[in-house]
Design a protein around this ligand. Structure first.
Ligand SMILES: *Cc1c(COP(=O)(O)O)cnc(C)c1O
Length: 400
């Protein structure tokens, strides 16, 4: 870290010729490595055992640990979250159309479209950033088979309202819980809601297995189908009972996960105190609001999301991103520009944006900021001072 003063003036902004606030880069989503000694020990065990994959003992141990943590009957580990979504969709027998928010990572609609299901984009609630249940019913057609909610930023969807709609119309309900590992809804762990919940353990997530994911469900028959489908449809040696793919998790990934679980409390504590530091330092900056968590629930605090009100700050979101990047603060525009503006959806559903005003507005003003164990309160103070200084000098940044 360089010795830039925390009280900044326009002269200190790198974009206006000042020194960079940081010598090293502070990234959003820098992967966490858990208990390294435990991992290396497990890696060696895997290599000695020569059981590298195919539901080895570590995958089974990880699945059991996760089922307990997530308070759900079945956890089926997979090689990534996207295939876990696709397999859950197949195992649920989905086809036709599925209602899904556009304000999410593109893997959510892609998992549907990859297998010929049309994602029908629903607007979000601007307060929660999750799918707005009051906008779901108008999108239901005779071809609709399910609602796929996304617990964005680890904040649970309005599960009860969505369930009531799904039940009323005979639809399946499942969740992309890629952000919500370790979070709760009404005191209960995310993992057991709806017909299934799907996790990603990709390197940038709160809990990672290098690449990885899981389907969680309380439905025995669904769990059996998912288990078979992620293993070519095998129900036993030489017996194939359905179409399937290969989405198995390897033993090395499971070892990474088991080592990560040992260290998860430390990551959580870092995220939580970082979040508090951001709250403190951003609190007095007009026009910048931190997307907060419900303190009654368990959260992983993995995402520090701010909304930039360009009218108040005089600065559009993308200018602030440029300023931050110049300082080596790799903030991100999650999730810009909204999946409906990405291909193939932009071409296939050109009018979708008109019914997604909240998605468009939120996507234009969000920034996610770096957190995790690489970031500390001193770094956060500087990051926030850069944001404050950029806003105070918005006029000077006009042409930059
Ligand atoms: C990361 C992510 C996925 C995809 O998971 P992978 O494990 O990377 O395939 C899906 N949905 C959301 C919301 C995500 O953040």
């Amino acid at each position: 870290m360089s010795h830039s003063p925390v009280k900044r003036t326009a002269r200190d902004l790198a974009i206006l010729g000042g020194p960079k606030a940081f010598d090293e880069r502070y990234h959003v989503g820098r992967p966490e490595v858990g208990d390294r000694d435990r991992m290396v020990q497990l890696f060696n065990e895997v290599l000695d055992r020569r059981r590298l994959t195919n539901r080895g003992p570590l995958v089974q141990e990880l699945e059991a640990r996760l089922a307990e943590m997530l308070e759900v009957k079945h956890v089926i580990a997979t090689c990534n979250g996207t295939l876990a979504l696709e397999i859950a969709e197949r195992a649920l027998g989905l086809e036709g159309e599925v209602i899904v928010p556009s304000f999410t990572f593109v893997a959510t609609p892609h998992s549907l479209r990859w297998q010929g299901i049309t994602p029908v984009f629903c607007d979000i609630d601007p307060q929660t950033h999750t799918i707005d249940p009051s906008r779901v019913e108008e999108l239901i057609t005779p071809r609709t088979t399910a609602i796929l909610g996304v617990h964005l930023w680890g904040r649970p969807c309005d599960v009860e309202s969505l369930k009531a709609i799904a039940d009323r119309h005979g639809l399946k309900l499942f969740f992309d819980a890629a952000h919500a590992f370790g979070c709760s809804h009404h005191g209960r762990s995310i993992g057991g809601f709806g017909d299934a919940e799907v996790f990603s353990f990709q390197a940038t997530k709160f809990f990672n297995t290098l690449e990885g994911g899981a389907v969680a469900t309380n439905n025995d028959a669904l769990a059996t189908r998912v288990r078979r489908m992620k293993d070519f449809g095998f129900s036993g040696v030489d017996t194939v009972v359905s179409v399937g793919t290969n989405a198995k998790m390897s033993e090395i990934s499971a070892a990474m996960g088991l080592g990560g679980l040992e260290d998860l409390d430390r990551v959580l504590e870092a995220n939580r105190s970082n979040f508090e530091a951001y709250r403190t330092h951003l609190g007095s900056i007009l026009g910048v609001s931190l997307v907060d968590y419900d303190t009654r629930e368990r959260n992983n605090f993995q995402y520090v999301v701010i909304e930039v009100d360009s009218e108040t700050t005089g600065l559009v979101r993308d200018q602030l991103i440029t300023v931050l990047h110049a300082e080596n603060i790799r903030a991100r525009r999650y999730f810009w520009p909204g999946c409906h503006r990405m291909e193939p959806y932009a071409s296939e559903q050109p009018g979708a944006g008109e019914r997604l005003p909240e998605t468009e507005a939120v996507a234009a003003r969000v920034i996610t900021l770096p957190t995790g164990t690489a970031v500390d309160s001193a770094a956060i103070e500087i990051i926030c001072s850069v944001i404050r200084c950029a806003i105070e000098n918005a006029g000077m940044l006009e042409g930059s």
